[in-house]
Write a protein that binds this ligand. Sequence first.
Ligand SMILES: Nc1ncnc2c1ncn2[C@@H]1O[C@H](COP(=O)(O)OP(=O)(O)OP(=O)(O)O)[C@@H](O)[C@H]1O
Ligand SMILES: Nc1ccn([C@@H]2O[C@H](COP(=O)(O)O)[C@@H](O)[C@H]2O)c(=O)n1
Length: 230
Amino acid sequence: MKKIVIAIDGFSSCGKSTMAKDLAKEIGYIYIDSGAMYRAVTLYCIEHDLFDPDGNIRTEALRQHMDEIHITFRIDTATQRLHTFLNGKDVEEQIRTLEVSSKVSPVSALDFVRHALVRQQQDMGKDKGIVMDGRDIGTAVFPDAELKIFVTASPQIRAKRRYDELCAKGQKASFEDILHNVEERDRIDQTRTVSPLRKAEDAILLDNSNLTLSEQKDWLLDQFKRVVYE
Ligand SMILES: Nc1ncnc2c1ncn2[C@@H]1O[C@H](COP(=O)(O)OP(=O)(O)OP(=O)(O)O)[C@@H](O)[C@H]1O
Ligand SMILES: Nc1ccn([C@@H]2O[C@H](COP(=O)(O)O)[C@@H](O)[C@H]2O)c(=O)n1
């Protein structure tokens, strides 16, 4: 069977990584969460005092640090979950906090950050057989991807899903804070100069507001089969 590249883009917290992970597992492809890479750079900035007291990025200092930021992924054999490592340390939990979520979009708007991460992402996909989710996968990272999906759902539904997830994990969360974060990230991601979040012309639009997890999984598998067997 021919191997392809699958790009899944869309708005914050709409289910991109759930869909990408499920599909990759089903078809035996590599799964890469590109957002985790931007989150890891943001965590590095927090840990290395690269935000000033007003919360602005110390851009030139970060530029100097870029060569010292190494991001890798490893599967946790016990849970089969993909974990993100920053300079050899498992940071999977830390990069999912609201603090990182509230700082990540300005970091990911920086051209030199994008340049460095996009190069690594393209390298990960050079042999195909990969599902990658993010904001610019179908437009900038893999513009020639054989299958491109753009996912959306209403901000309220997305925030509720994230809120339920955090509550289920026993983490304290405010629905209003999460909704604000989701809307603010969408705004910054869509209006940045470099590779703004937008649907690639040849991407298939999916509004999953009213789809169950199992319905969206089946829908995506059908899209994959259509491309691979056509
Ligand atoms: N169709 C669906 N119905 C209900 N819940 C869903 C659906 N799809 C995903 N979810 C849930 O929504 C939450 C967010 O999903 P996920 O983390 O996959 O989104 P994402 O788009 O990758 O988010 P982010 O952009 O923040 O990385 C998760 O708790 C997931 O289980
Ligand atoms: N290809 C990408 C992926 C992500 N970003 C930025 O990172 C933030 C976090 O991503 P999540 O997928 O984990 O939500 C996101 O809000 C974007 O600012 C990106 O720019 N490009």
